[in-house]
Design a protein around this ligand. Sequence first.
Ligand SMILES: NC(=O)c1ccc[n+]([C@@H]2O[C@H](COP(=O)([O-])OP(=O)(O)OC[C@H]3O[C@@H](n4cnc5c(N)ncnc54)[C@H](O)[C@@H]3O)[C@@H](O)[C@H]2O)c1
Length: 278
Amino acid sequence: MSDQAGYGLLKGKKGIIFGALDERSIAWRIALACKREGADFVLSNAPIALRLGALNALSEETDAPIFPCDVSKEEEVEELMQKTKEHLGGVDFILHAIGMSPNIRKKVPYNDLNYHWMNQTLDISAISLHKILKYAEKTEVINDGASVVALSFIGAQRIFSKYSDMNDAKALLESIARNYGSRLADRGIRVNTVSQAPTETSAGTGIKGFDVMFTFAEKIAPLGNPTADDCADYCVTLFSDLTRKVTMQNLYHDGGFVTSGISEEMAQGLLKLYADEE
Ligand SMILES: NC(=O)c1ccc[n+]([C@@H]2O[C@H](COP(=O)([O-])OP(=O)(O)OC[C@H]3O[C@@H](n4cnc5c(N)ncnc54)[C@H](O)[C@@H]3O)[C@@H](O)[C@H]2O)c1
């Protein structure tokens, strides 16, 4: 969708957007799309990420304040929710776009994981969703009828060897979304995960073998890989009032990859490869 045109789908809505690091971040693209659709929000990221300074540009462009929060620190999550309440009153949507694995960063093989780092992976990438929802409820900043979206990856269901302990983190993230979704449903609050295809971002390209995962998905998915901007448009629909009965789902946003076997293009390529070998 173009940068300017919008449908006003989020007019009057307020939210919290976690995880915008730089222009390529999926959360960055979602923030722009939410602004285009008329929302007001606060931006949050870990203090160490804010030191890069890139987020200031998004803050100015979207007129959104930045509230630092390292989601591994419970007290910071609570403080963020309180500050958001003071600033916005209540929120109608929350985006969780947070992921980090020290084991992947340090290229540790799965069968030799450092467990301290694995705990950090699970804590930052998955348990943080639990903390965010817990303090959003406790501080009463989350409004009835709100929509919560966390970004996931198909590694939760299928093995992608290079995705290492992030596969486990995404499985936990999706489980927390379902469990919390069932507990918040009496307030009309929905909690879903969006399973996005490989996307060229700082976290994505930081994975060794990302290019192969990206190309594989691109060749298999009938519609091809969706971009971060495509993901942003999809998330807008989930934050809007048009999806009020969708909850506790893991929603694939992958151009049809999840239900595809092999594409004709890939089949022909493999046949040619084997013919050349013979
Ligand atoms: N890029 C992909 O291929 C892809 C595919 C599917 C899902 N996702 C998911 O999308 C989400 C966003 O990732 P992205 O690809 O836009 O990359 P990104 O690097 O732009 O975003 C990851 C964010 O997590 C933040 N973060 C890390 N540790 C934190 C902490 N302790 N407290 C608060 N924030 C912290 C980082 O600062 C960063 O902003 C992640 O959950 C990722 O797993 C990405």
